[in-house]
Design a protein around this ligand. Structure first.
Ligand code: 2BA
Length: 109
């Protein structure tokens, strides 16, 4: 068995949970925060049998879209008073960042 940890954008999360559930996957949804943008994203934990792993990844790839976002980052150039000036930069946030982990044991009580 494998555990997929999929970090996705909030905008895609509900559609992705529905798509996975309708294909028979068990899903747990966590509210998470990206370290760079410091804004909310969603992490899904999906336990899958090995033979259904690729199918689950295909569903994630189909539903999740990459989008451009504006992030405000401190400029390396100093202002007159020695403080840093924030300036906007555009980043492309991926449709999904996926980790696939081996599951040692899977039990339900
Ligand atoms: P964030 O950390 O908020 O990053 C959002 C987007 O900002 C990233 O999209 C990337 O395009 C950009 N970005 C991140 N770090 C950067 C940096 N040091 N300099 C310039 N741009 C940077 P994605 O790469 O698609 O990542 C989307 C979200 O997935 C991330 O949100 C984070 O929550 C998670 N993530 C990505 N890589 C990860 C990793 N190796 N481990 C754990 N979580 C990861």
């Amino acid at each position: 068995m494998k555990l997929i940890m999929a970090i996705v954008q909030d905008e895609d999360a509900n559609r992705l949970v529905s798509a996975l559930m309708s294909e028979g996957y068990g899903v747990t949804k966590l509210a998470t925060t990206g370290g760079f943008l410091r804004s909310g994203n969603t992490t899904l934990m999906i336990g899958v049998q090995l033979q259904k792993l690729q199918q689950a990844i295909d569903v994630i790839e189909k539903v999740c879209k990459s989008r451009k976002q504006i992030a405000t980052t401190p400029s390396p150039m100093s202002g007159g008073n020695g403080g840093y000036i924030p300036f906007p930069i555009e980043v492309v946030v991926g449709g999904a960042t996926i980790f696939v982990l081996d599951v040692d044991q899977f039990k339900k009580f």
